[in-house]
Design a protein around this ligand. Sequence first.
Ligand code: CU1
Length: 534
Amino acid sequence: MSTVAAHHDDDHHHAPPAGMKRWLFSTNHKDIGTMYLIFSLIMLFLGGGMAMLIRAELYMPGLQLLEPDLYNNMVTNHALIMVFGVVMPAAAGMANWMIPLMIGAPDMALPRLNNLSFWLLPAGATLLIMSVLAPFFGGGAPVNTGWTLYPPLSIQAGMSMDLLIFTLHVLGISSILASINIITTIINMRAPGMTMMKMPLFVWAWFFTAVLLIIVMPALAGGVTMLLFDRHFGTSFFDAAGGGDPVLFQHLFWFFGHPEVYVLLLPSIGVMGVVIPTFSRKPLFGYKSLVWGMVVLTILGCVVWAHHQYTIGMSVFATKYFMIGTILISIPVGLMIFNFVFTMWRGAMTFETPMLFSIAIIIMFSFAGATGVMLAVVPADLQYHDTYFVVAHFHYALIPGALFGLYAGVFYWLPKWTGHMYNEKLGKIFFWWTTIAFNVTFFPQHFSGLAGMPRRIVDYGVQFQEFNVISSIGGFAFGLSHLLFLYIIIQTVRGGKKAPAMPWEGAQIGTSGLEWTVSSPPPHHTFTTPPTVK
Ligand code: CU1
């Protein structure tokens, strides 16, 4: 055997696994990131399909396309899938792909744990789908509680509830492991010179996301485990007949649930912190204040949970505390909006798809902030509680605040991930189509809510019909726009213009792509007057 052949054999021995093994056994942050992103894309169509069923049922009063229990189950699983199956995995996919690259690390700190974090997701999704299907195979009634899983309804539900509890256990373990990995990577794996206060905002955003997940996920896991014990092992944590208190579950759930909203929002804020400077051709304005704003957001986010529970009969002192705490959150959020607007101020802006999404987020998320303050005010909330106004509010918060931020990230980084440029014209069509359809869907829900239409209801009074017809038409258009999204992604993966090393080269000035995301004040060698764009 010649030396060359021996060398070849040796190389082969150390070659990474190919085919299915490459993905199953992957410890590579890019491959795992890709799997997270593909998983969330699949779940987007599953959760979106459920939303289509919901909007079909609500198209007109008196329709009975779905059994009421099945309808409520769609409401429950639409939410769980979008939160745990779409937004969190997509954000985790971006974290996997980008954090090591942004901080100059060779990979995540704990690559095998990274593999486990991902592969728990399909396991959790399988349990969730079993939970949906069980009632069709004699498994009792579907889960009809909504994603909040409040007892006593959740104690009475059939075996689908047990499967859902196990789903949350598995997905919760996945989130905690991924968070440990991300925090460890950020603290230990930064390249020399990459101090914490030089990290791109996306890295900081994910740092706080991971911290939040580790703080709050155990409360959800504990809550649903206590629920499991109440259901099967004779305890009465939440059962008033046995001396328990169903409101305790609400506290446990929302101690998780409110910070979870920031888990969904922060990665997208991080994406905007990278996208907006690039297409404004200016360094990020107020980098340090953005980082400290996230610190405040993280802390305040953990102490305002009971604003979801004003109707339980809290003391006046408690409602005042939760109201004031909640309204205070406008300060760090307002600061972020201010900093992003000032990053754009007098910049040489261009409006590629990621930038269009970022600007739309600022406008629509601010609107959600305004309705959020309305909901935070106790006497007002007592009127809006459990109406479609709440549904409208959180869809304005989460579709722009979480989903559109991720779309901005997808379009911004697709060239890096695939090596190809996406079709900008189609990207812009997707942006306008999805943004207009989103507003047509959810804007009328403010009005039906203010007029008193309850949420989580399979049928409704005729006075709400017009709002719901508009909402459903918008909803179908919104759903349909995602076929274009899928088409753009497939087209980009399969080919298209080759992406240069710095995909947004035309948007960069100087030699470093990171230049636009580092510390404030900007390094002295950057321009003082905005450059013009060819
Ligand atoms: Cu909240």
